[in-house]
Design a protein around this ligand. Structure first.
Ligand code: F6P
Length: 319
């Protein structure tokens, strides 16, 4: 039996350790390991190569993914999905480990509803926005990149009478923003899931400024789409010169943290074991309360991730 691994959608730190573990563990289990390059586009174009141990040696400390990724538009069309399936079949690949996020899992659900394909998805996105799992590969590294940037921005913010607005990634999910706001001691956190409490924040900050506050650090989740509005609001209401930093794609880079390397190890071993023990698998490995489990792809893609209540509540405790 042959197994293959692929990354699709936004890359996430931790993918390389997962790819290395995939190759080493698949061979250890006596099966052949294949690498699919360039994500779903590569699957369509048959960029599938049998892996050797040397292909994955010395990669655990690299961010990104050595097999690259893509956001494939062609995969929306049936004829290309059929081509992808035939490429796997020709190589006798019976199981697929797929590292990706929501969009990737939707694509896999479509493929598995049309063709006889076994796969296990590993939630991998810095956004941490996949239903059914508390943790997605890459989040810890990304949070550490953001924390490092925020610590530095606070140094300069506190040296002036200024406000700094820092926009972080996360698509429609405020997870990165809330956790970053907590760990950096930010005064304001704006996320898509919660209405921005302008009046309450205004009263609080006016009071704090009277008491000596001379700078503000605000974290804004990109999905809230409120950066220009908050910028004008702070300048007008508090008369504070305001600077904006959009952290952008640096949040997706960097050497995977210890936690992401460990999670890559655990997610991958479980995905492979599951594929080897079942021949009708359309699952995602999920991680909750310290335990790994498997969830049907239908369930994962049909429901929406919700931020845990304690994180939503944390916004009220930032002052
Ligand atoms: O899903 C990961 C992510 O980095 C989001 O946080 C961000 O909105 C998006 O991908 C950016 O996509 P791209 O790399 O295609 O610009």
């Amino acid at each position: 039996m042959a197994l293959a691994i692929m990354c699709s959608g936004g890359d996430a730190p931790g993918m390389n350790p997962a790819i290395k573990k995939f190759v080493d563990y698949t061979y250890k289990k006596g099966q052949d390991a294949y690498l699919i390059y360039d994500g779903l586009d590569g699957l369509i174009d048959n960029k599938i190569k049998k892996a050797a141990h040397k292909d994955v040696s010395g990669i655990v400390h690299f961010g990104g993914t050595i097999i690259r990724s893509s956001r494939s538009k062609r995969f929306y069309e049936y004829e290309y999905r059929k081509q992808a399936y035939e490429n796997l079949k020709a190589l006798n690949i019976k199981g697929l480990v797929v590292l990706g996020g929501d969009g990737t899992f939707r694509a896999m659900q479509k493929l598995s509803s049309e063709f006889d394909i076994n796969f296990v998805g590993i939630p991998s996105t810095i956004d941490n926005d996949i239903y059914g799992t508390e943790y997605c590969l890459g989040v810890d590294t990304s949070l550490n990149v953001i924390r490092d940037a925020l610590d530095k921005i606070r140094d300069t913010a506190s040296s002036f009478n200024r406000a700094f607005l820092v926009e972080v990634m996360g698509r429609e999910c405020g997870y990165l923003a809330i956790v970053s706001a907590i760990v950096s001691g930010a005064e304001i956190c704006i996320i898509p899931e919660i209405e921005f409490q302008k009046d309450a924040l205004e009263r609080r900050l006016i009071q704090e400024i009277k008491e000596g506050r001379n700078y503000i650090l605000a974290i804004i989740s990109e999905g809230a789409k409120k950066t220009p509005e908050i910028h004008s609001w702070i300048e007008e209401k508090f008369g504070m010169e305001t600077r904006v930093s959009i952290l952008g794609h640096i949040q997706r880079g960097g050497s995977p943290s210890v936690y992401d390397r460990m999670m890559a190890f655990d997610f991958t071993i479980r995905a492979i074991d599951y594929l080897l023990e079942h021949n009708d698998s359309n699952k995602v490995v999920v991680y909750n309360s310290g335990k790994f489990d498997f969830m049907e792809i239908e369930e994962v893609v049909s429901k929406r991730y919700e931020l845990p209540k304690h994180l939503i509540d944390a916004i009220n405790y930032l002052d």
